[in-house]
Design a protein around this ligand. Structure first.
Ligand SMILES: Nc1ncnc2c1ncn2[C@@H]1O[C@H](COP(=O)(O)OP(=O)(O)OP(=O)(O)O)[C@@H](O)[C@H]1O
Ligand SMILES: [Mg+2]
Length: 295
C-alpha cells in the first residue's frame, strides 16, 4: 500500500468499532465506546492518535494492545527531557563512515562524500525505523510531554506527512503508514501544531462497571463481589483530595494483593493493612486511614 498524501491510507487493522472492542478485549484490553471509536477512526483515517490523561489509566497499554491485535511490531520512542534528533530520528554512523573513507583513500572527496551519506550509513532511531519498515507497525511515542518543546518540531513531519527529511540524503517516505499513538500526562501543553495533526482522546479513570470488568479480566481468581467492593473503595479514594489518586494499575495490583492474602471480605482491617498497594504517599495513607473505622 503506497502512501499517496499526508493521510491517504489507513492502517487497516480493524473493520468496525465493534471489531476494535472485541479484538482488544481478546488481547486483554477493555475499551470504552469512546476509546474504541477513536481507535477505529485513527486506523481508518490513517491519522496519529494523541491520548492524554492521568497516570496509569491504560494509555501505553492501549498502544501495546493495538499492536498485539494488528499483528504489528511495536516501535517505541520513550520521550524524556533532553531527547534529541539523534535519539528520536536517526544519526550518521560515524565509525562506519570513517572506515569507508579510509578504505577509499585514493578517491576524491566528492566521490567519498557521495558514498558515505547513503542509507547504509544511517543508524535508524524509532521514528525512522517506523517510517521505513514494510511490515505492519504501531509507533508509540510515549510520554510526549516529557520531551522538550523543540522535539515536537521534529515530530511534525512524521505525524503530518509520514516522512522524514535527511538533509544529505533526501526525503524518506513511508511505504506503509504505521499506526501512531502518542501519549501525554499533560504536564505541559503540547503545541497546537502537533495537536492539529492528531486525533485526540482524553483517557480518564474508567467508570466503576468498566473498572470491575478490567479487574475480573486481569485477576480472574478474585471473587466477583470482592472485585466490585474493591472498585467502590478505589472510587471513594479518588474522590478524596489526595496527592496521587490511585490508577487502574493500582486497582489491579490491589486485586492481586487481596487474592494473594486470601482475603474473602473487604473489611477495614484488610484495607488498612494493604493501603500501601494503592496509595504511594504517607500523607495520603494517613488521610485515607482516618476515614476508616478505628482499628
Ligand atoms: N482498559 C484497560 N484494560 C485492561 N487493562 C488496563 C486498562 N486500563 C489500564 N489497564 C491496566 O493498567 C496498567 C497501567 O496502564 P498503562 O501503563 O498503560 O498506564 P499509562 O496511562 O500509560 O500510565 P503512565 O501515564 O503512568 O505511563 C496496564 O498495565 C493494565 O494492566
Ligand atoms: Mg504510560
Amino acid at each position: 500500500m503506497a502512501a499517496t498524501d499526508g493521510h491517504g491510507a489507513g492502517t487497516g487493522f480493524f473493520t468496525s468499532v465493534e471489531d476494535v472492542s472485541a479484538r482488544l478485549a481478546e488481547a486483554g484490553y477493555l475499551a470504552s465506546a469512546a476509546v474504541a471509536t477513536t481507535v477505529f477512526l485513527a486506523d481508518r483515517l490513517g491519522k496519529p492518535l494523541l491520548v492524554e490523561g492521568p497516570a496509569g489509566v491504560g494509555k501505553t497499554e492501549l498502544a501495546k494492545a493495538v499492536a498485539r491485535v494488528g499483528g504489528a511490531r511495536l516501535v517505541r520512542l520513550q520521550c524524556y527531557e533532553g531527547i534529541d534528533e539523534a535519539r528520536a530520528l536517526y544519526e550518521w554512523n560515524h565509525a562506519k563512515q570513517l572506515l569507508r573513507i579510509t578504505a577509499g583513500r585514493d578517491e576524491s572527496w566528492d566521490d567519498a562524500r557521495g558514498d558515505i551519506f547513503g542509507e547504509e550509513f544511517l543508524l535508524a532511531r524509532p521514528l525512522l525505523t517506523a517510517i521505513r519498515g514494510d511490515e505492519p507497525t504501531v509507533l508509540l511515542i510515549d510520554e510526549t510531554d516529557k520531551a522538550d518543546v523543540e522535539v515536537e518540531g521534529l515530530l511534525l513531519e512524521v505525524l503530518g506527512d509520514f516522512q522524514i527529511t535527511v538533509p544529505e540524503l533526501g526525503t524518506i517516505t513511508a511505504t506503509r503508514h504505521p499506526f501512531v499513538l502518542l501519549t501525554s500526562n499533560a504536564t505541559r501543553e503540547l503545541s497546537e501544531a502537533l495537536r492539529r495533526r492528531c486525533l485526540y482522546l482524553h483517557l480518564d479513570y474508567p467508570d466503576a462497571a468498566l473498572e470491575a470488568r478490567i479487574v475480573r479480566l486481569l485477576v480472574p481468581g478474585l471473587d466477583a463481589v470482592l472485585a466490585d467492593g474493591l472498585v467502590q473503595v478505589v472510587g471513594a479514594l479518588r474522590a478524596m483530595e489526595l496527592r496521587k489518586a490511585p490508577s487502574v494499575a493500582e486497582t489491579v495490583d490491589w486485586a492481586r494483593t487481596l487474592l494473594a492474602l486470601g482475603a474473602d471480605t473487604l473489611d477495614d482491617t484488610v484495607i488498612r493493612d494493604s493501603l500501601g498497594v494503592v496509595l504511594k504517599h504517607q500523607d495520603d495513607i494517613i488521610r485515607a486511614a482516618a476515614k476508616l473505622a478505628p482499628a
